[in-house]
Design a binder for this molecule. Structure first.
Ligand code: SAM
Length: 238
């Protein structure tokens, strides 16, 4: 799969993909990440990408022309397996289900906004989707794009060492409506806090039951919204 990021700060992406799972996947040729400098599609000497909003208001907006021309030159003929996504605080919320869907694509092109945002015609006529990574405002789309690339990349076949690790984790299809369970490692006692006895028992069925209960308890305590959402989904399937 190929990830393309369109940005005015290409340097921004130096760090995030040089380590861990995504770096290994890149080295193994499972994925390709291409970073494009939006200023390459500006005709003027100052490489201007922004302008003032019509109707007045704070700050500047990314102009439509460089963004359209960049996307049209990166993908001159968009194929069905290629998706253009505008990162935006106003977008639909990115989640694990979306990451799973996108992991089946051939290409994802992520447009990173800056300043006060991007001329709306990009959302209306260029992007397939407008997506937010959470209900807060970032100063640019680069961090959001890095989050999306990381979440999608680790779901690509062959990226995680153990294929099962993406199956039983929080938000996975198997764990719908439930977070991952609490996990402990050695030592069994740390500063007087002991790990639950059952985990040391070697009794697989009891461990499985304890984990299911602990995962549910933690979900109820920290993310009760997931449980009600899961019940709603269940209702619709009845
Ligand atoms: N004026 C915009 C608003 O109130 O919705 C905020 C613009 S923000 C300062 C600049 C850029 O950061 C946006 O164009 C977008 O690309 C990115 N951005 C900010 N928050 C984001 C979020 N929650 N998810 C994804 N991208 C975000």
């Amino acid at each position: 799969m190929t990830f393309e990021a369109l940005t005015i700060f290409p340097e921004f992406f130096r760090g995030p993909f040089e380590h861990g799972v995504v770096a290994r996947a890149h080295a193994a040729g499972v994925l390709e990440i291409r970073i494009h400098d939006l200023r390459n599609w500006t005709p003027d000497r100052h490489r201007t990408v922004d302008d003032r909003p019509f109707g007045g208001g704070e700050g500047m907006l990314l102009k439509p022309a460089p963004v359209f021309e960049a996307v049209e030159s990166i993908w001159p003929q968009r194929q069905p397996g290629q998706r253009v996504v505008l990162l935006s605080a106003q977008g639909r919320m990115f989640d694990q289900a979306m990451a799973r869907r996108w992991a089946a694509l051939d290409g994802l092109l992520l447009i990173c906004g800056r300043y006060e945002g991007v001329d709306e015609r990009v959302a209306e006529h260029l992007a397939d989707e407008e997506v937010s990574i959470g209900d807060y405002v970032l100063s640019g789309g680069e961090l959001a794009a890095a989050v999306v690339i990381d979440a999608v990349a680790r779901l690509l076949p062959g990226v995680l060492g153990n294929e099962a690790s993406a199956v039983n984790e929080s938000f996975s299809e198997m764990e719908a409506g439930r977070l991952d369970c609490p996990q402990y490692t050695r030592p069994a006692e740390f500063r007087g806090w002991t790990v639950p006895e059952v985990l040391l028992s070697g009794h697989h069925e009891e461990i499985r039951r304890w984990r299911a209960g602990a995962a549910l308890e933690k979900t109820r305590r920290l993310r009760p919204d997931l449980i009600s959402a899961g019940q709603e989904v269940g209702k619709h399937h009845e």
